[in-house]
Design a protein. Structure first.
Length: 196
């Protein structure tokens, strides 16, 4: 067992994670993004997406991969050729792949990730805010890549062709961590529009 001193590598201020599973947080003192791994603390990069709204309550972390999904086998009971063509059209070229990194139930993360994969939003970076609530990332990049498999399954299971069996591969570059503006409403976070 290794004990880590949770101090910002930049300003040495104590870091106070709100979640025991945290993998990336921002220092409350200097705003440095800090990654926590089993080997220690390192500074990291967070890209902040330019908001399209004036009011929001915080920033949600989202892993964005550039990659490609290749479907090697897709078996259905319905025989819906249109759904199969739609699948080939969606995954037939490299694209951005999105995985929410904040504390979110798996089903909700897969639904949101699938929606973003199909919409393909492209975020415009803005300067990192000096203040503002950055919701801690609790999903490491390697775990995000595993969750991405469920995102793909979720998209394909949502087609109207009684999916029976699906085999695919994912090739992806190391992801970027983005922070997206969000509102806190009814006890949960809701993403806000961003400039594209």
């Amino acid at each position: 067992m290794k004990l880590l001193a949770l101090r910002c590598p930049t300003c040495a201020q104590p870091l106070k994670p709100q979640n025991p599973e945290v993998v990336v947080l921002r220092c409350a003192g200097c705003g440095t993004a800090v990654s926590i791994t089993h080997t220690g603390l390192t500074t990291t990069t967070i890209e902040f997406a330019a908001p399209d709204v004036a009011k929001f309550d915080g920033w949600l972390p989202l892993w964005v991969f550039n990659g490609r999904v290749t479907i090697t086998s897709r078996q259905t009971q319905g025989g819906n050729k249109q759904a199969e063509q739609d699948a080939q059209q969606l995954w037939g070229y490299p694209r951005r792949l999105y995985v929410p990194a904040w504390d979110l139930p798996t089903a909700a993360a897969c639904q949101l990730g699938g929606d973003l994969v199909q919409r393909q939003p492209q975020f415009q970076p803005t300067a990192a805010p000096s203040q503002g609530n950055f919701v801690e990332a609790v999903l490491a990049p390697e775990d995000a890549l595993k969750l991405l498999e469920f995102v793909v399954f979720n998209v394909e299971a949502g087609r109207r062709d009684w999916l029976k069996e699906l085999h695919f591969t994912i090739e992806a570059e190391p992801p970027q961590l983005w922070a997206l503006p969000a509102l806190w409403v009814g006890g949960e976070w809701h993403l806000q529009p961003v400039l594209k």
